[in-house]
Design a protein around this ligand. Structure first.
Ligand code: GDG
Length: 723
């Protein structure tokens, strides 16, 4: 039976050692709760580091204890923790991915250990994984792992979810090992990110740095379609709703009410981290007290900072800066019975958090960057009476969903101070008007919904890959086609040229046939049973130059020109090119604005090429041009064809499908074959009868029955037919 394997850096368990005895405490974090429905069932398992340095004798014992709750440990040495975890994960990936690249230290030893530890995780997975299993890998500590597992288990389903942001390409490219990281990630079948921007940045980095094809959110890694998508993570909202009426919480709530009788509470909860904007938040609060002195003795900032990484110098400095600033504000504004900042550097039980979520009039969540930020969602879920105001940074993933919060730029301390004033003065109806839709979002898109969506999508991606695989021409299919080919008495063979028989060239005139191709076409057309038709979008002059002397029928410019072998070129009658006067100036404007682009003129079409334009700019201009052309061409019988780095405008009447049908008229064939790679070849595939062998080059969606990977495979296939 197949199983699901969850993998993350940390296991959802806290192990403590007391006089040689080890105590296991399952953690109650959001992710652990959400995935609990999965990993606790059957043979499913969660693999990760148990979070402490365990001596060798104790390792098998703990492993045994963990296996009882479906957990499997990967033990790390202190050196591995220093370099893989503290080093590469937290001093390279964390700062760069949070747009704080000045903090990054690109040490080779960090990378070496990162690679080594990812390999260690791979070995652990391979001990338990079998074909048919589903593996779900979590977060930035394990970016190489999907690729490593893929190499060992080519068919297994692998999902990857990134909990922190994926930065813009300009940031990501700074990392010396950027290519290896992307290749590792692309070992997955489905990659999930919190926001659209994150997945977009990822896809952008992939297409800029790797020689792969991507269309929309699908990247083709050889034959495997890899999908990158947005899955905003939710929380266990039921848990927080229920906590709001838990007796222990109510008790703590009572004492908060007593202690803060005449004071509003602004709540702030984060782990100690420079990405969380804690300094700016304190500055904003100080400014608020200065701007609105009427709030002196009327409001407190209740600030919990959970200890984290404070042996690392930057974190130690941050901690000292927070201490200073909080102390400074208190020294400046405090009165005999009031402290403006109630600052705690420690963690609290979840009941205390719940009481605070329930009590605080305002939650102030202003990270500089945050993948999602669950605290903001927990505050919303806890507000069962629909009061309270959330002030949320636009740099937190959550701001894309919680749009009814007061959204602020965390660098704009003036705006934060004003938002605080607005929040504290917001009428209850307005609070409810904002809170209700946010509560609906948090409740619907909860953690189990998130898990379900991700797992379902992963299955769908696997299905899509399988159906692509079914169309991929196997040796067996080739043999069957060869038999039909041999048995046939009259064969029609339609071949597209660019991308089908030759590769893509930066210079369009460089794609002339090579000796091997000439030889192949000669052998194919020498067989008296074969009628070979070269059907291309190229100019007829070019086709004449390259192929005019061969024993082939030629169709040029998508069907505008035809030539029977040995005869003269014939132009399709009744066509006009008057429209060029209107369209050419538009294309010229775009060419003037876009270095590297150029126009190609054919008898009945104008083509704007952007293969030499800076990547990104070309696509942008092509989009703009498409929109402009659509506006001008809608009522004058023209068709616009976006192709591989080209946009072609041509007479509507011309297309390869019509040309194919016209050529077939009054002729009988018992074997029909068509091979093509681009959009315009789809018309041929559709025009041919069902018994035709139609082959798409490249694995995009197509009307063809089969596909081959590239022009080399096409040549090998044709060769197999004639040999
Ligand atoms: C990463 C991404 C993304 C906090 N203090 C206490 C406590 N907490 C709990 C909160 C919340 C969690 O910790 C913090 O979650 P965040 O989402 O805010 O941040 P990260 O830990 O940095 O998580 C982040 C997340 O992954 C999920 O994908 O949202 O952007 O950085 O659940 O309640 N819990 C207890 N005591 C505390 O004192 N018990």
């Amino acid at each position: 039976m197949s199983k699901t394997i969850i993998v993350s850096n940390r296991l959802p368990v806290k192990i403590t050692e007391k006089e040689g005895e080890y105590l296991l405490n399952p953690s109650e974090g959001g992710l652990a709760t959400g995935l609990g429905s999965i990993y606790r069932q059957g043979y499913n398992i969660w693999i990760g580091w148990p979070g402490l340095d365990v001596n060798e004798e104790a390792q098998p014992i703990i492993k045994e204890q963990l296996s009882e709750i479906n957990l499997m440990p990967v033990y790390l040495t202190q050196e591995e923790i220093n370099n893989y975890y503290e080093g590469f994960s937290n001093e390279v990936l964390w700062p760069v991915f949070h747009y704080m690249s000045v903090y990054a230290r690109y040490e080779q030893i960090y990378w070496d250990f990162y690679y080594q530890v990812n390999n260690k995780f791979r070995d652990a997975i391979l001990q338990v994984a079998e074909p048919g299993d589903v593996i779900w890998i979590h977060d930035y500590q394990l970016l190489l792992l999907p690729g490593m597992v893929r190499a060992a288990l080519p068919d297994v389903a692998i999902g990857y979810f990134q909990h922190i942001p994926f930065p813009s390409f300009e940031l990501f490219r700074l990392i010396p090992w950027r290519v290896e990281l992307l290749e590792g990630m692309l070992g997955a079948d489905l990659l999930g990110f919190h926001t659209f921007d994150d997945s977009h940045h990822f896809l952008n980095a992939v297409t800029r740095l790797l020689p792969v094809n991507a269309s929309a959110n699908v990247v083709l890694m050889n034959d495997r379609a890899v999908v990158a998508e947005t899955f905003p993570m939710g929380i266990d909202n039921n848990k927080f709703e229920l906590l709001s009426s838990d007796p222990e919480v109510l008790k703590q709530l009572d004492s908060l009410r007593e202690n803060f009788q005449h004071t509003h509470m602004v709540l702030s909860i984060d782990r100690l981290d420079y990405s969380k904007g804690i300094i700016q938040r304190l500055q904003a609060f100080e400014l608020f007290l200065q701007m609105y002195p009427e709030y002196i003795e009327k409001v407190v900032l209740y600030m919990i900072v959970v200890p984290s990484r404070d042996t690392v110098p930057q974190y130690k400095e941050l901690r000292e800066a927070i201490d200073m600033l909080a102390g400074g504000i208190n020294a400046r504004f405090r009165t005999m019975n009031w402290h403006p900042v109630n600052y705690f550097y420690r963690s609290f039980p979840v009941e205390t958090l719940s009481a605070l979520y329930n009590f605080a009039n305002v939650a102030l969540v202003t990270p500089m960057r945050d993948g999602m930020n669950l605290v903001s969602k927990e505050y919303i879920a806890s507000r069962t009476n629909n009061t309270g105001v959330l002030i949320l940074s636009e740099m937190a993933g959550a701001s894309k969903e919680l749009i009814d919060a007061l959204i602020v730029n965390p660098n704009n301390i003036g705006a934060i101070a004003r938002s605080l004033y607005e929040a504290l003065n917001m009428p209850e109806e307005e609070q409810a008007r904002r809170m209700k839709p946010m509560r609906q979002v948090v409740s619907k898109f909860n953690i189990s919904h998130w898990v379900k969506l991700f797992m379902t999508r992963l299955q769908e991606v696997k299905q899509m890959q399988l159906s692509m695989l079914a169309r991929r021409m196997s040796m067996e299919m080739q043999k069957r086609i060869q038999r039909d080919y041999k048995a046939a008495a009259r064969r029609a063979i339609f071949l597209d040229y660019d991308g089908t028989l030759v590769g893509f060239q930066r210079n369009i005139d460089m794609a002339s046939p090579d000796p091997e191709l000439y030889e192949l076409l000669k052998e194919l057309s020498d067989d008296p049973v074969n009628q070979v038709v070269m059907i291309s979008g190229r100019k007829h002059e070019t086709m004449e130059l390259w192929l005019g002397h061969m024993n082939l029928d030629l169709i040029a410019e998508h069907g505008a020109w035809q030539k029977q072998k040995g005869a003269e070129w014939q132009k399709l009658s009744g066509l006009t090119d008057q429209w060029k006067q209107d369209i050419a100036p538009i294309l010229e404007t775009f060419t003037d604005r876009t270095p590297g682009s150029f126009i190609e003129e054919k008898s009945f079409s104008l083509v704007w090429h952007y293969r030499k334009v800076e990547s990104g700019l070309g696509e942008l201009r092509a989009n703009e041009l498409m929109n402009t052309l659509r506006y001008f061409t809608s009522d004058i019988g023209l068709q616009i064809l976006p192709g591989d780095k080209v946009i072609e405008t041509k007479n509507m009447e011309i297309n390869k499908g019509k040309a194919t049908l016209a050529w077939m008229q009054d002729r009988e064939f018992d074997f029909k074959l068509a091979i093509g790679d681009d959009y315009t070849d789809e018309d041929i595939f559709k025009a041919l009868p069902n018994d035709a062998v139609t082959i798409k080059v490249g694995s995009q969606v197509s009307a063809a029955r089969y596909y081959l990977r590239n022009y080399q495979e096409v040549r090998a296939f044709l060769r197999s037919l004639i040999s």
